[in-house]
Structure formats: structure tokens, C-alpha cells
Write a protein that binds this ligand. Structure first.
Ligand SMILES: *Cc1c(COP(=O)(O)O)cnc(C)c1O
Length: 397
């Protein structure tokens, strides 16, 4: 991660193919496009890659989460359970639909603690959204069971875990609906883009219509389309899809490089006193997009983070003080800073954020260091990096 590090003639050729043909829109212009359907081709490739019956491409990962929720009928006043550690997109998508994000603690997998999920269920709960953070996953069996028992929609945000698996199944394909991002920094990039994947045909048809103004996509050349329901424009363009098409074909190559680089770094620091690793659930295989490890406490984690920064070990973060990914600094959410009025139901639903503490999440995130695994490193560079990391951590202990 990210896939842009290895751009090649494969991406350039796909983009040039679209430009030579001249149709940049994914729907319509049937005669003019002379058989060029990059978005449709990419959807078919992704269906194979993610072993899912249906794939709907959209304009971003945030759009994918919004479309997934809407496709499952989630909206005004519904509660959606989500983790405290994620990207801001998770609660943005929920709130766009007038629903209420219910944030709960993570465990040592760095995503939803099944016990915390169970404890947060109320009569208003409609869905549970897991976020497979930093290339790994939560306990999918336990969470699926909770969702089945309580008749909740299970949504999987796999934006950061493209290529990971759980019990042999691709992450993103396990829950009722999976969401992917292909933004500029993800493992596969389209520049901007995203996808909703599902085996549920009704959800897929909803996603197909909703992401294109509610158009039903019946017939050729858009002439006779009707609108079974309201929608928006979350479309991807043919240019973006073309980049993604070249990239998805290279996913096995990307994952192999990530795994090699991850393994070298993990082995380099595994025996350093004080270092422990996140738990990967039994049967899980990471995408190796990030190496996450814990230090014994916040102070030591911060010292490691500083030492890495001042000694050229870049792209490592302690998320405790980060305002994109962790609840502590999401003041714009806590204070409901909105450009437009928010319903009183959502306001009341979010009052808990003023007082609730998330000690268990703090326990894990304060001690965690997350290092991005780059694709462009040579093996030599990774080995040197690993030794340096080990040396710096030892010096702190
Ligand atoms: C990147 C990301 C998103 C949002 O994707 P965009 O394409 O940038 O909108 C959502 N969730 C997670 C976990 C992400 O990492």
C-alpha cells in the first residue's frame, strides 16, 4: 500500500484506451463507446477477486459506505454500531442518512469488541459496521452470530484490508455488505473510487439505482429509464475505472510484496523486549498493509514514535493523538459542528459522546504504533529499516 507506488504502462494503456475512445461516462453512449465498458469490466474483476455475486462501483469509499447503508434501508433515527478507531468516513456516512452512529470499544484486534457490540444493542439498532483497520480484521464469527441473533444488518468496511482473508474468504465479502475504497493511498487505487460488494441481489439492485439518481438502468442508451426511488450521483468515471482495472489485476503481486516487507519488519522487532503485536483472529490472514505493534504504555509508545520520526523511519503513527482516525480528537463530531441543522433525534442520540469514556480503546490505541508497508521498498531497504527500528526501540527501553 499504496498501489500508486508501482504505476506502470498497464495503468497508462488502460487510461489511453478510454481517452482514445472518448466516452468518459460509465453509462449510456452505447454506440459511441464501441464496446468499451471499463467500469463494468472492473466490477466483473472485483466480483472474482472478492468472491461475491454482485459489485457496484461508486465514486469513493465514503460513498460505498453511504450506498451500502442506504441499500439496506438504514436511515432516520436508526442506530448503527461502529468502532472508536476508524476513519471519519464511518460516522459521516451514517449521519448523512440521518442515522445515529453508536461508537463502541475496540479490543486487541484493533476493531470491534464483540462484547462491546452486544452491550450497545437497543431496540433502535439496525446495523453493525465493522472496520477492518490497518490490514487486519475483527472476530467475524462472533460478530456474525450477534447480528444473526438480533436480526441486524452486518456491514464490513474493508477499505484498509484489500487482499486479506478470514477462514479463506476475502475480507469485505463476509458480512451482508462490504465496502472498499480505491482512493489515492489505498492498496488498489483509481485516484478516487470505491465499491459495494454483496451476495444479496436486492441490496445490489438498490445500490445500482441509488448511486445513479435512482435510474433503473433498464434498456439501452438510458432512453426509457424510470426512477423506482430517489437517489444521488455516486458514479465512478470510465477514466478512474480504467486505472483500477490495471491495478486489480496486479493485486496478487502487491500482496506478495506487502507480505515480504511486513514479515521482514515483524521479525526484526519481534524479540525486542516490550514489543507485542495485535491479535489476528484464528483463521485470519492479514493483507499486510500495515505492521501494528504495542509498547507497554503510552509514554514508551510516544518515545518510539518520536525516535522513529527523528531518525528517518517514516510512515509510522501513534493514533492516540491523531484527529482522523480516533475518537479522542473528533471534537467536530462531539460538538455537532454541522453546516446544516441536525435532527433533534440525532442530537439526542449523540449526547453520550459528551460523557462516555472509552478506556478499553484508549488502552490499545495509546500503546499502538502503526507502520505503513510500502510497495516500492527493495528488500535491502526493508532489512535496513527493520534493524533501525529494533535498535531505536531497544534504546528507549
Ligand atoms: C479510506 C477509508 C475510507 C474512505 O474512503 P474514501 O475513498 O477516501 O472516501 C473509509 N473507511 C476507511 C477505513 C478508510 O480507510
Amino acid at each position: 500500500m499504496p498501489g500508486f507506488e508501482l504505476f506502470s504502462d498497464l495503468e497508462r494503456n488502460e487510461v489511453n484506451d478510454v481517452l482514445d475512445n472518448g466516452v468518459l461516462m460509465r453509462y449510456g453512449f452505447d454506440g459511441m463507446r464501441k464496446g468499451h465498458w471499463k467500469a463494468k469490466e472492473l466490477e466483473a474483476e472485483l466480483a472474482t477477486t472478492f468472491e461475491s455475486n454482485h459489485v457496484q462501483l461508486v465514486s469513493s469509499g465514503t460513498a460505498a459506505v453511504s450506498v451500502a447503508l442506504a441499500s439496506a434501508g438504514i436511515g432516520a433515527g436508526d442506530e448503527v454500531i461502529m468502532p472508536t478507531f476508524t476513519f471519519v468516513a464511518s460516522f459521516e456516512a451514517i449521519m448523512m442518512l440521518g442515522a445515529i452512529p453508536v461508537l463502541v470499544d475496540i479490543d486487541d484486534t484493533l476493531t470491534l469488541d464483540p462484547k462491546a457490540v452486544e452491550a450497545a444493542i437497543t431496540p433502535k439498532t439496525k446495523a453493525v459496521m465493522i472496520v477492518q483497520m490497518c490490514g487486519s480484521m475483527g472476530n467475524m464469527d462472533a460478530l456474525s452470530k450477534i447480528c444473526n441473533n438480533h436480526n441486524l444488518v452486518f456491514i464490513e468496511d474493508a477499505c484498509q484490508a484489500i487482499g486479506g482473508t478470514y477462514k479463506g474468504k476475502p475480507l469485505g465479502s463476509i458480512a451482508d455488505l462490504g465496502c472498499f475504497s480505491f482512493d489515492f493511498v489505498k492498496t488498489i487505487t483509481c485516484g478516487e473510487g470505491g465499491a459495494v460488494v454483496t451476495n444479496n441481489k436486492a441490496y445490489y439492485i438498490n445500490a445500482d439505482h441509488f448511486s445513479d439518481h435512482g435510474h433503473d438502468h433498464v434498456g439501452n442508451d438510458r432512453g426509457a429509464e424510470t426512477h423506482p426511488f430517489l437517489g444521488y450521483n455516486f458514479r465512478i468515471s470510465e477514466l478512474h475505472a480504467a486505472v483500477g482495472l490495471a491495478q486489480v489485476r496486479r493485486l496478487p503481486e502487491f500482496i506478495n510484496i506487502q507480505k515480504r516487507n511486513f514479515t521482514i519488519l515483524r521479525n526484526a522487532i519481534a524479540d525486542v523486549p516490550g514489543v507485542t503485536f495485535r491479535t489476528v483472529p484464528e483463521g485470519g490472514e492479514e493483507s499486510y498493509a500495515f505492521l501494528n505493534f504495542f509498547m507497554p504504555n503510552l509514554e514508551l509508545a510516544q518515545k518510539v514514535s518520536e525516535a522513529f520520526k527523528t531518525n528517518g523511519v517514516d510512515a509510522c503513527w501513534n493514533y492516540y493523538h491523531n484527529n482522523w482516525h480516533y475518537i479522542r480528537k473528533w471534537n467536530h463530531l462531539k460538538d455537532l459542528k454541522s453546516l446544516y441543522p441536525i435532527s433533534s433525534e440525532v442530537k439526542e442520540g449523540l449526547e453520550y459522546l459528551q460523557t462516555k469514556s472509552f478506556d478499553q480503546s484508549d488502552f490499545y490505541i495509546s500503546r499502538n504504533i502503526s507502520c505503513l508497508i510500502k510497495l516500492s521498498w527493495t528488500e535491502e531497504e526493508v532489512r535496513a529499516r527493520g534493524s533501525k527500528m529494533a535498535q531505536l526501540i531497544k534504546a528507549i527501553n
